[in-house]
Ligand binder design. Structure first.
Ligand code: GDP
Length: 478
């Protein structure tokens, strides 16, 4: 069933089951309104609790966002290096998100920080200096989520490294924080190489302490939501918000992330030209993590082995066609295959394979790769915009094959509400056997989940977290 993007009106569109606020100007951010006309209706409904939580969050953000008295009062205290914030916490508390690593890493951590903000009634503000305004529209009505450029801690943020005196893990280790001596801000270091004391962030007791600090600045490149579920006081609320536990990223990303018109234009043009008319759409995301990266025959073999074994792509005839069948294209099924990769060779190979020989199933196969940037160029505007457009295009397919441990792929399938087939990581330059596995759920993996300390017992007894298919030490919601 084909769907085109056309000029539709706000009033015609189901706003993602009430998830989205309605008081926006349509022209300034077309993706907010047009996405639902492109997508099949999501089989996952958002709960009434989530909808009302988001509405009250929007009110909080309006009350405390940049430009408000609440924001001014809170930042004045920071400027004065006011310590022992707890006694003077106003009604506005904040968490600042800093962009780290590639776009996929940034998005999973942004969504994680947003959920944390919802749960703890903090206002999320995002560092705008790395081009987030080129990628996403403002998500909250009547206010801005951009951290003002004159934010008093800006210099500190840039200098913040391992040993920073306000890093939560460091303060704990040095016994420099307790309920009677609280700082006015804390740095949360939740990066892939964080340490034991940083991981105490995921303990109930520590949350009680952290909750009293007015400003948090989070540096993260992780999807840490599964471990928030294992904190008892959060769990009670999370169960209400997300009765279907594997839909957290799906709902939150659809609520929070709306590509700018420039990015959305790229999505629309590709979709209309290459995907809209197809009877079926397959996405294949090829991320090569080896150094050097590039084209490898074993990766190509793995892609073919997976897609053919799982009947996502037909086989091609082993003999050259002597008799050309006279079928007209109208009666043949058209399958569009969207390949995304930094490397153009994988799709070129697929293209020549299906051109050179007929497919055994008689389908027409159309291969399309929007870009082939060759190397990662994070923070270059057009490069990041292409990456984002491709993530959204992948999310619009019917079936998706992704690469193990790629956050780029995580976002695409979760946004799309798709359980991916994950290509296992190749070892010793050979295609793994089996080549891929069907994911148990559409949720991203928390690849560096803490497994010891306060979380250990909860992991054992919680049936809704499992080891990730693509990385055993990781945890994901199912
Ligand atoms: P991860 O490293 O796979 O977890 O994903 P990230 O998104 O964090 O970092 C990879 C970055 O490389 C992306 O953000 C893009 O800048 C670039 N990249 C990787 N794969 C692709 C792709 O298929 N298409 C495009 N356009 N860029 C890609």
């Amino acid at each position: 069933q084909s769907s085109y993007i056309f000029n539709s009106h706000k009033s015609d569109l189901p706003m993602s089951g009430g998830l989205l606020a309605t008081e926006f100007d349509e022209e300034s951010c077309l993706s907010r309104y047009h996405q639902s006309s492109l997508r099949k209706p999501s089989p996952y409904k958002s709960s009434a609790s989530l909808v009302s939580k988001l509405r009250s969050y929007e009110m909080l953000h309006k009350r405390c966002g940049p430009g408000t008295d609440g924001y001014k009062r809170a930042t004045d205290k920071l400027g004065n290096k006011h310590e022992n914030g707890s006694r003077s916490v106003g009604e506005c508390r904040y968490i600042v998100w800093l962009p780290m690593a590639g776009l996929g890493n940034r998005i999973i951590s942004l969504v994680s920080v947003f959920l944390y903000a919802l749960l703890t009634e903090r206002v999320i503000l995002v560092d705008q200096r790395k081009g987030i305004t080129d990628l996403f529209c403002e998500p909250f009505p009547g206010s801005s989520w951009l951290l003002p450029l004159d934010f008093p801690l800006t210099d500190q943020i840039d200098r913040f490294q391992w040993g920073h005196s306000h890093r939560y893990g460091t303060m704990l280790k040095n016994h420099a924080i307790h309920s009677t001596a609280l700082p006015s801000y804390l740095f949360l270091y939740l990066m892939h190489d964080y340490k034991k004391h940083d991981k105490m962030f995921f303990c109930e007791q520590d949350q009680n302490l952290i909750g009293q600090v007015p400003w948090l600045v989070a540096k993260s490149n992780l999807y840490f939501i599964p471990s928030l579920w294992l904190i008892p006081s959060f769990q009670t609320e999370l169960i209400k918000l997300f009765p279907q536990k594997d839909t957290v990223f799906h709902h939150l990303s659809r609520y929070l992330l709306h590509p700018t018109n420039q990015v959305w234009g790229m999505v629309i043009r590709s979709y209309n030209a290459y995907l809209a008319r197809a009877d079926e759409r397959l996405g294949i995301q090829v991320r090569v993590f080896s150094r050097p990266a590039g084209y490898f025959q074993h990766v190509m073999d793995q892609i073919l082995a997976c897609t053919q074994r799982e009947k996502l792509l037909p086989e091609v005839s082993t003999q050259e066609e002597s008799k050309v069948t006279n079928t007209t294209s109208r009666s043949q099924k058209l399958k569009a295959v969207l390949v995304t990769s930094l490397h153009p060779e994988y799709s070129e190979n697929l293209k020549s394979m299906f051109w050179g020989r007929p497919s055994t199933a008689g389908e027409m196969i159309k291969i399309y790769q929007p870009s082939g940037e060759k190397v990662q160029q994070t923070d270059k505007k057009l490069h990041d915009q292409k990456a984002l457009a491709e993530i959204y295009l992948l999310s619009l397919t019917d079936n998706i094959v992704t690469t193990a441990r790629s956050t780029f792929g995580y976002i695409a399938h979760s946004l799309g509400g798709l359980k991916p087939w994950i290509l296992y990581k190749p070892e010793n330059s050979t295609a793994p056997d089996p080549p891929c596995v069907r994911a148990m759920s559409m949720e991203p993996c928390f690849i560096r989940a803490p497994r010891y300390g306060c979380q250990a017992k909860a992991i054992k007894i919680s049936p809704f977290v499992m080891n990730c298919e693509d990385w055993i030490p990781g945890l994901k919601l199912v």
